[in-house]
Ligand binder design. Structure first.
Ligand SMILES: [Zn+2]
Ligand SMILES: [Zn+2]
Length: 335
């Protein structure tokens, strides 16, 4: 009897202990904030405070199955891979929660992208302060484009109050990290005298730093300086060389401009065949003005045989790319 009593007591005590510790485990507070993968909300309980989704649940990007463990129970796709695929998906609003999740884990690339979402109100309410915060964090982690984004935010002064000296600081930080875009913006500030004393020599110097990294826009700016003698002696031949450099680096604007120069014979002896060639390159890169110019060339037989069908095809393309005149011309001829 005594023995039974003792056994009962041990059993009773161990039951109390087990249930006690189980209770403690379920009641343990979850102080750690987490990002809901369904709606992007930050919560700290076991369910999302906005949509009610269970903490840690993710939807497989490949097959749509809801999962809780590290790999999809239906197709085997890993959770981390699924979230990355979703975050990198082009349909941006859908990806807000995945981007927010990766940003919260400290990835500066996704932090910067989250900042862009807040800046533009993509998949989330527009919030310039949150955007600036994301950019600053991503930039401090060494991601140069984030400093450019933040600089542009202060530069534009639409969502936050305009502050050129803060913008300049951001571009300097981007440039320190070797960003060609950062150098280009510094060049444009010195060219325009935005927040600094106008200084063409310094502008040109910054443009060259960006151009050395293969920045086509920088070559365009340098070409313009040489064409109009800003900070250097005017030298149209040199300017043309720089425009061609920008064009060869894939700048649609430069291809269009070089095409125009050959077509009209400004700066260079007229060469309509070369002009057509450059217009085609620009059109391939999506330049609407070049598409329109090709339509005109086929209509009038400039550098090509007259071909009205081909002309209409180019006018239509240009109209679809947003060229207003091309739409009017296409409309008139295709009636
Ligand atoms: Zn949610
Ligand atoms: Zn799956």
């Amino acid at each position: 009897m005594k023995c039974d009593m003792k056994r009962f007591l041990i059993l009773f005590l161990s039951l109390v202990l087990i249930s006690g510790s189980a209770l403690a485990a379920t009641q343990q507070p979850e102080p750690e904030a987490w990002v809901c993968l369904k709606c992007g909300q930050v919560s700290d309980g076991n369910a999302c405070i906005v949509c009610g989704e269970t903490r840690g649940v993710w939807t497989c990007f490949a097959c749509g199955t809801r999962n809780l463990s590290g790999a999809c129970m239906n197709c085997g796709l890993e959770k981390s891979a699924s979230i990355k695929q979703e975050a990198d998906d082009a349909r941006m609003p859908a990806a807000f929660s995945a981007v927010h999740y990766l940003a919260a884990a400290g990835d500066p690339v996704y932090l910067a992208r989250l900042g862009r979402y807040y800046e533009k109100g993509i998949g989330v309410a527009q919030d310039a302060d949150k955007a600036a915060d994301c950019f600053r964090k991503a930039g401090s982690a060494g991601y140069a484009p984030a400093w450019v984004y933040l600089g542009r935010l202060y530069d534009a002064g639409v969502a936050v109050s305009q502050d050129y000296s803060l913008a300049l600081e951001c571009y300097e930080k981007a440039a320190e990290l070797g960003s060609a875009e950062g150098y280009w913006y510094l060049g444009s500030f010195y060219e325009e005298g935005t927040g600094v004393q106008q200084n063409y020599a310094m502008a040109l110097d910054y443009y060259h730093k960006a151009a050395d990294q293969g920045d086509a826009d920088a070559w365009m700016s340098i070409a313009y300086f040489h064409l109009h003698g800003k900070g250097v002696d005017a030298d149209p031949a040199q300017a043309l060389e720089y425009y061609e450099k920008a064009a060869s680096l894939g700048s649609a604007l430069a291809c269009d401009y070089v095409g125009y120069l050959y077509m009209t014979g400004s700066l260079v002896p007229q060469d309509t065949a070369k002009g057509i060639e450059w217009y085609r390159k620009a059109a391939e890169l999506g330049n609407a003005r070049s598409m329109y110019a090709l339509g005109y060339a086929y209509q009038c037989g400039q550098g090509v045989e007259i071909n009205m069908e081909e002309a209409l095809r180019w006018y239509e393309k240009a109209a679809m790319a947003g060229h207003a005149n091309a739409y009017i011309v296409w409309n008139a001829f295709s009636k």
